[in-house]
Design a protein. Structure first.
Length: 225
C-alpha cells in the first residue's frame, strides 16, 4: 500500500478530551472513553497495514501507543492549522500520500482505511464525511495546506468548505461512507452499537447506569442490530 496513515489525536487526559461528554460522564470517564477510542483507531490502522503509521499528538504518548508508530508533535493554534501541519510534517517524514484520521471514530475499520489509501492511486484526494457536517478522514496525494487552512472547523459546513477548496483547486475526490464522530453521549451510544466488539463499546458498557445514563440505550441499540 503506497499511502501512510496519520492519526491526529490528543493525549487522553481527564479534563482535556471529550469535554462535550461531561455531563453525563465525569471527566475521568470521558478520558477512559477517549483512550478506548484512540486504541481502537490505532488498532484499525495497524490492521490496515499502511505503508507508514504516524501519530500527530497533542501531549505525551502513553501505554496505549503500539510499537512501530512514529510520533510527531502537533503544531498550530486552530484545528485547521493542526491538520495542515500534521499532513505536511508527515509528508516530510515519509514523502508518500497522506491519509489523515482523528480519534473520534473508533468504529473505523481496516477495510475503510485500505480503501482510502487505495483511492489515492487514481484520485488527488479522498474524503470521509462525518454525520455532523465535518469530516472523519481526509487524504491527499500531495498535502496542500490551502485545502484546510482558513476553513472554519467544528461547524455543520466544515466538510462543505473543505470539499469546495478541493474542487476549486481542480482536485479529483474519492468519497467514503459517512461515519458518526463521538462528540456527545448520544453519539457514543450510536458508535458503540455500530462497533459492539470494540474497546470503545466495552468501555462504555462498563460504566454503571448511575454513572452513565446512556448505558441502557447502548444495550437497546446493540440488541436491535
Amino acid at each position: 500500500m503506497g499511502a501512510q496513515v496519520v492519526v491526529i489525536a490528543k493525549e487522553p487526559v481527564a479534563g482535556r478530551v471529550k469535554t462535550r461528554l461531561t455531563p453525563p460522564f465525569t471527566p475521568h470517564q470521558a478520558a477512559r472513553l477517549a483512550t478506548a477510542a484512540l486504541e481502537d483507531t490505532l488498532g484499525s490502522v495497524a490492521a490496515a497495514r499502511a505503508r507508514h503509521t504516524v501519530l500527530a499528538l497533542d501531549g505525551l504518548p502513553g501505554a496505549w501507543l503500539p510499537p512501530d508508530v512514529a510520533v510527531i508533535p502537533q503544531r498550530g493554534a486552530g484545528l485547521d492549522e493542526r491538520i495542515a501541519h500534521a499532513m505536511a510534517d508527515a509528508h516530510r517524514l515519509h514523502p508518500v500520500p497522506v491519509v489523515l484520521v482523528g480519534m473520534d471514530t473508533p468504529q473505523v475499520t481496516p477495510d475503510l482505511l485500505r480503501a482510502a489509501c487505495a483511492a489515492l492511486s487514481d484520485h488527488d484526494a479522498v474524503y470521509g464525511p462525518a454525520a455532523d457536517g465535518g469530516f472523519w478522514l481526509l487524504g491527499l496525494r500531495r498535502p496542500d495546506p490551502s485545502a484546510v487552512l482558513g476553513v472554519p472547523m467544528s461547524r455543520p459546513d466544515t466538510g462543505a468548505g473543505v470539499l469546495a477548496r478541493l474542487r476549486a483547486a481542480g482536485r479529483t475526490v474519492a468519497h467514503l461512507p459517512e461515519l458518526v464522530d463521538v462528540d456527545t453521549a448520544a453519539d457514543a451510544a450510536r458508535v458503540a452499537a455500530a462497533a459492539p466488539d470494540s474497546r470503545f463499546a466495552a468501555t462504555l458498557a462498563a460504566l454503571s447506569p448511575v454513572e452513565s445514563p446512556v448505558a441502557d440505550r447502548v444495550a437497546e441499540m446493540s440488541a436491535a442490530r
